[in-house]
Design a protein around this ligand. Structure first.
Ligand SMILES: *Cc1c(COP(=O)(O)O)cnc(C)c1O
Length: 508
């Protein structure tokens, strides 16, 4: 049997594990690539075929010698540009380890037993400060989630409750709760035939959320503006949106893509756009949910001249009803962490309260910190606020602003190279280089002009093992995407690396 990890006086002895972690020689500038060829196949052979009756001592050696080398170093490397992943800051890593060591269950607010829920509330407030959202307004029903997908589920579920409430009110019906009676009864009672979500370029997780909460993926409708062939716009077309908003016997949620995942572009432009949308939504009882998984971080910026386009993309998001943000992307905390902000009090409890189990209510009913189990999906859950708290304490607003600026500046250097290149295309809605640079957030979408080169572009780039990019499809043609999300970006150093890889691939 495996030795238990405690010495005779019941002390947890963790030093052997830290030694093993050190032995892995983890580098913050690891290769951004996949494990060496054959490593994964080799590791796969070491996986047990069945659960053995007796445990054994070699388990930790197996984890470090067989499993760890077969993991990818995506989050460890600032030159991994696949998807929007982010890495993990050292303070966040330490917070995460403490969360594991103490194995807190942040389920019920128990102020006399643990400070966990206080720390969680504090971390949420610090995040609200970071994103310039008013604590008094947005502290209402905000919570930590497992990621942006879960936050989107929360947003649509709470929107569903609120929107149907408004519809019922308008028709003089009793406020039938979906949480209580289910969507079918409520819709039938009000006389609604459809529940739709309108958006522009929504992330795939919005369709997933629509499925989970019973709206259906097919009821996702686009209200994107039109442009000349070959061009594109992320921006919401107000006329199209208003037509959808007025639709008879239809309930609607508007999802704003604040940071589209392929292009990094925003669905609204400036406070005026958001004010107009808010006015339409107020008229028709529509809930506005912002998917700002990574785009929300644009709200850290305040330098008008350099980042004006990004700032305008994030302006007025405080007029929404609910907002999604991701922790494990640009905040650079470990998986799995997202946040959800909502400015309506009471809806979260209506949708997510965990029955009336008396033993699960908090000790002090007058306390202002809600028990997390009553405002989110999980009951028992991880203390995922601790890494957030740690990294925000360590870096402050300034540290995160600096991180984001490095990411954007690197992305813009790459766009500048690509724009001037004879080999590559920047896939942007811009009509000039200046415009393309100004509109670049921390994502660069591009393709090779030559079809043959383009067909092999992503593989060719990744085969250099110096950087890693992910492939996507854009307007019917394959494309490559560089998403810069790691905390450890070094603009000049990383620019040179990317430049050399793109040149190398172009010359083949
Ligand atoms: C990544 C992303 C999501 C999904 O986030 P997860 O954290 O993977 O659940 C949703 N929306 C946007 C815009 C994203 O970039």
């Amino acid at each position: 049997m495996a030795n238990d990890m405690s010495s005779s006086d019941n002390q947890l002895v963790l030093s052997p594990f830290f030694e093993k972690l050190n032995d892995l020689q983890l580098s913050r500038r690891a290769l951004p690539t996949l494990p060496e060829e054959g490593t994964i196949a080799q590791a796969r052979k070491t996986l047990p075929k069945f659960l053995e009756a007796e445990g054994h001592d070699g388990w930790d050696e197996h984890l470090t010698s067989d499993i760890a080398p077969a993991l990818n170093a995506a989050s460890l490397s600032p030159n991994y540009y696949g998807f929007v992943t982010g890495g993990c800051t050292i303070p966040a890593l330490f917070g995460d380890m403490l969360a594991s060591v103490y194995d807190q269950n942040v389920q019920v607010h128990l102020p006399n037993q643990t400070i966990a829920t206080d720390v969680e509330a504090c971390a949420l407030n610090m995040l609200l400060d970071l994103f310039r959202l008013d604590r008094d307004v947005w502290g209402q029903s905000s919570t930590f989630t497992t990621g942006a997908t879960a936050s989107n589920v929360l947003g649509l579920a709470m929107g569903r409750e609120w929107v149907l409430g408004r519809k019922a009110e308008k028709r003089g019906k009793d406020l039938l709760s979906v949480a209580e009676h289910g969507i079918h009864e409520v819709m039938a009672d009000i006389g609604l035939r459809k529940f739709q979500i309108v958006s522009t370029w929504p992330h795939s997780s919005i369709a997933k959320a629509a499925s989970v909460i019973g709206m259906g993926r097919a009821n996702l409708r686009s209200v994107q503006g039109t442009m000349e062939p070959g061009g594109f716009t992320m921006r919401i077309d107000f006329n199209r949106f208003e037509a959808e908003a007025q639709a008879d016997n239809v309930a609607t949620i508007l999802v704003i893509s604040a940071g589209e995942v392929n292009t990094g572009r925003f669905a609204t432009y400036g406070l005026e756009d958001m004010k107009r949308l808010r006015a339409i939504c107020d008229r028709y009882g529509i809930w506005i949910h912002v998917d700002g998984a990574f785009g929300l971080f644009g709200r850290l910026l305040s330098d008008e001249a350099e980042f004006g386009e990004i700032i305008r993309g994030c302006q007025g998001l405080e007029l929404a009803d609910s907002i999604t943000g991701d922790g494990h992307k640009l905040l650079n905390v470990p998986y799995d962490c997202g946040f959800y902000f909502c400015r309506h009090k009471g809806i979260a409890e209506e949708v997510f309260r965990n029955g009336n189990a008396a033993y699960l209510t908090s000790a002090a009913s007058e306390d202002t910190i809600p028990s997390p189990l009553n405002i989110g999906i999980e009951n028992s859950r991880r203390f995922r606020a601790l890494p957030v708290y740690a990294t925000l304490l360590a870096y402050g607003r300034g540290g995160y602003l600096d991180m984001l600026q490095r990411q954007i500046r690197l992305a813009r250097k790459v766009v500048a190279d690509l724009w001037d290149s004879e080999v590559y295309h920047v896939l942007s809605d811009a009509t000039s280089k200046t415009e393309a640079l100004e509109r670049t957030f921390m994502v660069v979408l591009f393709s090779a002009k030559d079809d043959n080169l383009n067909a092999d572009l992503v593989r060719g780039i990744n085969a250099t093992r110096k950087i890693y990019v992910s492939g996507t499809s854009w307007q019917g043609r394959s494309a490559a995407r560089i998403a810069i999300a790691n905390w450890n970006v070094d603009v000049d150093k990383d620019h040179k690396i990317i430049q050399s890889v793109l040149n190398e691939v172009a010359e083949r």
